[in-house]
Design a protein around this ligand. Structure first.
Ligand code: QUE
Length: 377
């Protein structure tokens, strides 16, 4: 194997500090590391202290490289730096802080992020996401549309956006309605977290691998001589079969699936809550409590989003989401939700109740944007 990687960590310490001191900026590590290993590409999301939260700089590093690799490489692997996270989401904190200072470029982040999600979903070469650790929101968008998503016992998956006054974007409209049994609607509205093997059982991950062996899996993939999809499958399936944490353990949501399907098949958020009230079980009461904490606007718009997304292509979903996010960006709840989350206080949603979020208001989130904002792809 010809290793052409030059990772900073592999340089001698003296040389490394020389490289760093020769730069004007004190922090020299790129936020996304793009390595070429023979005929394969490896992306490492590299903001471990921020749980590898995705920002515009990272998207702008990754997108053109992925475009190039699509024509020059035979496979792409994406992973996160550090042990905690694959990617905790979009860097919503800096977007909201920037907007508060008068910087209106936040919608550029979403546009370019969604373009990257679309590219991943239509890539001509195998794309393998090693989703070891926290994988939420934007991190889901970097993995779920690809061919292989390998979870570990440390994987923590969620689409938690209704808690910050947003909606499950990055192609959530596409993959969530396709999970079956209304599981996607449940995950979208409540932000329910799935751990380890449950990420596989829900249909979000395609395989599992022991966290301790994820590096070994990467090396095995990089060693493949002719990475035809069947060779890649074979390698990943080997690690999957040998994993020690997923054997014959049932889906932890299994007992709840009939209730999830029954309650979340309703025609509106209000009806879902009515179904849960009628059910009355401890589980159902917990669901109601969770839903009551979420932005009412997020809940109603998300409900409509998941219904519409079931009938759309990924590209159509992302165009719809661009329209939606533009409205959320300029409305109250997203800014309020993010500020509240990072200052650990209760958000003040406006409007504060479901009944105040009218059908007309929901419809506005889906209407086309002005011409110059409209064309994404
Ligand atoms: C809901 C969310 C997000 C969240 C918390 C929520 C989200 C997101 C982050 C996040 C986490 C760590 C970071 C960061 C952002 O938190 O989307 O910059 O360092 O990205 O309750 O949707």
């Amino acid at each position: 194997m010809v290793l052409t990687r030059v990772l900073p960590s592999r340089l001698r310490p003296g040389l490394r500090s020389l490289l760093i001191s020769s730069r004007r900026m004190s922090s020299s590590a790129p936020e996304a590391i793009l390595e070429e290993v023979g005929d394969k590409g490896v992306i490492t999301l590299n903001r471990p202290k921020a749980l590898n939260a995705l920002n515009l700089n990272m998207v702008r590093l990754i997108y053109p490289k992925l475009k190039e690799w699509e024509n020059t490489k035979s496979m792409v692997i994406i992973k996160g730096a550090g042990e905690k996270a694959f990617c905790a989401g979009g860097d919503v904190r800096s977007i909201v802080e920037g907007k508060a200072k008068g910087d209106e470029s936040g919608t550029d982040f979403f546009r370019e992020e969604y373009m990257l999600n679309c590219l991943i979903g239509t890539l001509h070469i195998p794309y393998i996401a090693l989703i070891d650790g926290i994988t939420m929101g934007g991190g889901v968008g970097l993995s779920v549309h690809g061919d292989y998503r390998v979870a570990t016992e440390r994987t923590l998956f969620a689409m938690p956006e209704t808690a910050i006054g947003l909606f499950p974007d990055v192609g959530g409209s596409h993959f969530l309605p396709r999970l079956g049994g209304r599981l996607g609607m449940y995950l979208a509205l409540t932000g329910h977290r799935l751990k380890g093997k449950d990420v596989l059982k829900a249909g979000v991950a395609t395989h599992v691998c022991d966290a301790a062996r994820i590096g070994e899996l990467e090396e095995a993939l990089l060693k493949l001589n002719s990475p035809y999809p069947e060779d890649i499958s074979q390698v990943i399936e080997e690690f999957h079969k040998e994993s020690t944490f997923s054997k014959d353990v049932p889906f932890s949501l299994q007992p709840m699936l009939p209730k999830i399907k029954a309650c979340y098949s309703a025609g509106s958020v209000e009806e879902i809550i009515a179904n849960l009230e009628k059910d009355g079980s401890e589980w159902a009461q917990k669901q109601i409590q969770t839903l009551r904490k979420m932005s009412p606007t997020s809940l109603k718009v998300t409900f409509e989003q998941i219904e519409r997304g079931a009938h759309l292509t990924l590209q159509e979903c992302l165009t719809m989401e661009m329209r939606m996010v533009w409205r959320f960006y300029h409305d109250n709840d997203f800014s309020e939700g993010v500020q509240a989350f990072f200052s650990d206080r209760t958000p003040q949603w406006k409007p504060a109740s479901l009944s105040e979020v009218t059908a007309e208001k929901v419809e506005e989130y889906f209407s086309p944007l002005p011409d110059e904002e409209e064309n994404l792809f």
